[in-house]
Design a protein around this ligand. Structure first.
Ligand SMILES: NC(=O)c1ccc[n+]([C@@H]2O[C@H](COP(=O)([O-])OP(=O)(O)OC[C@H]3O[C@@H](n4cnc5c(N)ncnc54)[C@H](OP(=O)(O)O)[C@@H]3O)[C@@H](O)[C@H]2O)c1
Length: 289
């Protein structure tokens, strides 16, 4: 029996950002939504279904569908904006002082809202971190974003960021994390933990590829009456300081993913997953998609 009954939305587990705000530990990502006009309504309906099931954190980016994903998110959150914690990302080439202001204004317009709850630098580019952080702080002072963070930053990038005058305001680092990409456990996760900063785990389902065919995930899933995808989500959240953002465009996937919030893996489950998907023994370069 696959658990498809989600937790009551007010019981969705939360994670505290460094400044103390509690956000849902499980959200939704719309990469590849908004690319085909004929699919947009169904994609928005899937996101809205997720919101109603407690997946109220939505991650998007100006890059996805060249703005199309933000338009789909706008449809999904229409009328329920205040229930949603909205995350979007700026492309590195737009992360100059002037570029940020323009990119953020365009994202706000596509999203149909007056503020982004968390605005991330998608990955590091050629603009200095000092300029980008100053730009983020200006947007924050203007109320267009409520907080900012980064994505695809390795430990040395985080150290450099934290040394800037406003660097401590960084709310999160969104990185690739699933059982076949555990490199961050060696140094980046401990660094974030020491700074009380949750990570956002992207592609927690390994993009529904080889990971979901893992015999170890399959065995654990059978014990819980769950699916391998639900086990992958529970695994990514197991340490309590991770926000997982699976992407789902079908009603059944949305239902399963919301219900995964209730799954708690046992030490025996984790050991079985470790044996098949071992943790890192040394520093590994940060994985990126
Ligand atoms: N910061 C970055 O650089 C970065 C990079 C990559 C991703 N991200 C973010 O992370 C989000 C998620 O990552 P992702 O989209 O790459 O991959 P993902 O969430 O690991 O996998 C998405 C795939 O899994 C399928 N799926 C969803 N729920 C399932 C379930 N319960 N059982 C079986 N299959 C299921 C989806 O199918 P359907 O769509 O058909 O339901 C889709 O094909 C993105 O949407 C984006 O917001 C950020």
């Amino acid at each position: 029996m696959i658990p498809t009954d989600p937790l009551p939305t007010d019981r969705m587990p939360t994670v505290a950002l460094p400044a103390g705000t509690a956000v849902p530990a499980l959200g939704q990502g719309p990469w590849h939504m908004g690319e085909v006009r004929a699919r947009a309504a169904a994609e928005a309906a899937a996101l809205r279904d997720g919101i109603d099931r407690g997946l109220t954190l939505i991650d998007t980016a100006e890059m996805y569908g060249d703005g199309g994903a933000e338009r789909v998110v706008a449809q999904a959150i229409a009328g329920v904006r205040d229930r949603v914690f909205l995350v979007s990302k700026v492309l590195p080439q737009n992360a100059s002082a002037a570029g940020l202001a323009k990119a953020c204004a365009a994202s706000l317009q596509r999203l149909g809202t007056d503020r982004i709850d968390l605005y991330l630098l998608h990955w590091r580019g050629s603009h200095t971190l000092a300029e980008t952080v100053a730009g983020f702080e200006r947007l924050r002072a203007a109320g267009q974003i409520l907080r900012w963070g980064v994505s695809n930053f390795d430990t040395d990038d985080m150290t450099e960021l934290a040394a800037l005058p406003a660097g401590a305001a960084c709310a999160t680092n969104q990185v690739l994390y699933h059982p076949d990409h555990r490199g961050i456990e060696f140094d980046l996760l401990p660094w974030c933990r020491a700074h009380r900063m949750p990570i956002m785990a992207y592609s927690p389902l390994g993009q529904a590829g080889r990971l979901l065919r893992s015999p170890a995930l399959g065995a654990v899933a059978r014990r819980h009456g769950a699916t391998p995808a639900q086990v992958a989500i529970a695994w990514s959240r197991r340490a309590g300081a991770t926000i997982a953002i699976p992407k789902a465009a079908t009603p059944e996937h949305v239902r399963q993913n919301a219900a995964a919030a209730a799954i708690v893996l046992t030490p025996a489950d984790l050991a079985e997953i470790d044996a098949a998907h071992p943790p890192p023994r040394r520093k590994q370069p940060l994985g990126m998609l």
